[in-house]
Design a protein around this ligand. Structure first.
Ligand SMILES: [Zn+2]
Length: 361
């Protein structure tokens, strides 16, 4: 309140503001903490996940006492502790094409802290439809980026930059690729900063500019972004005017992928059944934790190494949590493997339910 750019009137604006954070994870943690601390009067969180030990290195809303709890419950407790005078609205669900517009319509702006492409496209599209600024952030290992998508205020949307999603499985998320814990701290704080500026109407928002951060070189770079007049969502004659099927658009739908449970795998191993167990994670992950007898073929090498596998034999594919292996199963089925299954929940579930000696990471 003591800053002339804010003052009592600005503080009142913050109190009246409604901000939705998509995800209570690495980016959502610092963003929500600072927004709550700043006195944003209504803070919404949408998440469906539970706190896992492996989250705590970066998801600072949560602590060891919260492991196994809903992230939303843990986040609400922590944010209430920071500021008991604000309203915290929790949306305990996946953010989907069915509910996104309804949820977003209750807020003034969105802070997108999601870690996957279907949610990013969805969050982008509904924010364009509803004319709400979408404060974007993403992190990968030592690199981060942030911008504000708000075509109604100028600048492009996410689709102007990335009209097509990347090939399924080609860009791993934080849990798969790893991220320096402080990085989402920095990028999530930048998102909170942009959200506060937009609410207060001060400074120059990151609209039409992408801020790129390299933590190893400690360099910030800025790129100018332009709106694409041909953009299907924010262009001059939009062709997409309501939410689509984003899982299908991004090719990550796992609906049709045949699966096998960790229990079934355990039974087969105990019974010494003959089958191939393929691990499609990266060598470093295989070194940290592996299931006995699994053969390592990283997903990126799989297309060129299919000849190493027996097409007729039962094949079970696993990764860390089941996403990459689902892509592998799809790829192998398309290549003519008829008897191939995805291990549901991956090695993480194996460690949880079958063999706790296999380390969690
Ligand atoms: Zn656009």
């Amino acid at each position: 309140m003591i800053m002339p750019e804010v003052g009592p009137a600005g503080q009142q604006r913050l109190k009246e503001a409604r901000v939705l954070c998509i995800g209570a994870g690495g980016l959502g943690s610092p963003a929500a903490l600072y927004l709550a601390a700043a006195g944003v009067g209504q803070l919404g969180l949408v998440d469906f996940d539970e706190v896992d030990l492996s989250n705590l290195q970066r998801q600072i809303l949560h602590g060891t006492k919260d492991i196994g709890r809903k992230k939303l419950d843990s986040a609400r407790d922590r944010l209430r502790d920071v500021n008991p005078t604000i309203d915290i609205e929790t949306h305990d669900c996946r953010f989907t094409g069915e509910n996104a517009l309804e949820i977003v319509s209750r807020y003034d702006l969105v802070v997108d802290g999601s870690d996957n492409f279907p949610t990013r496209y969805l969050s982008n599209d509904v924010c364009v439809f509803a004319r709400k600024p979408n404060v974007y952030g993403s992190v990968f290992r030592f690199d981060g980026q942030s911008t504000v998508f708000a075509p109604h205020l100028g600048g492009p949307c996410y689709r102007c930059l990335f009209p097509e999603p990347p090939a399924p499985g080609s860009v791993p998320n934080c849990a798969q690729a790893g991220v320096l814990g402080v990085l989402p701290g920095i990028v999530g704080s930048i998102q909170a900063n942009e959200a506060l500026k937009l609410i207060l109407g001060v400074g120059t928002p990151l609209i039409g500019r992408l801020l790129y951060f390299d933590a190893l070189k400690m360099k910030f770079r800025e790129f100018n972004l332009r709106r694409d007049p041909q953009c299907p969502v924010c262009g001059d004659s939009p062709t997409i005017t309501q939410p689509i099927d984003y899982e299908q658009f991004c090719g990550v739908s796992t609906n049709m992928i045949p699966t096998i449970s960790v229990r079934e795998l355990k039974q087969k191993l105990d019974a010494h059944e003959k089958f191939q167990l393929v691990d499609v994670r990266e060598p470093l992950e295989h070194e940290i934790a592996s299931i006995g007898g699994a053969r390592l073929i990283p997903l990126g090498e799989l297309p060129g190494r299919l000849s190493e596998l027996d097409r007729e034999q039962l094949t079970i594919v696993h990764c860390h949590s089941g996403q990459r292996s689902a892509q592998a199963v799809r790829l192998m089925r398309e290549a003519g493997f008829a008897n191939v299954f995805n291990l549901e929940g991956g090695i993480a579930k194996w460690s949880d339910e079958i063999d706790s000696d296999v380390p969690q990471y």
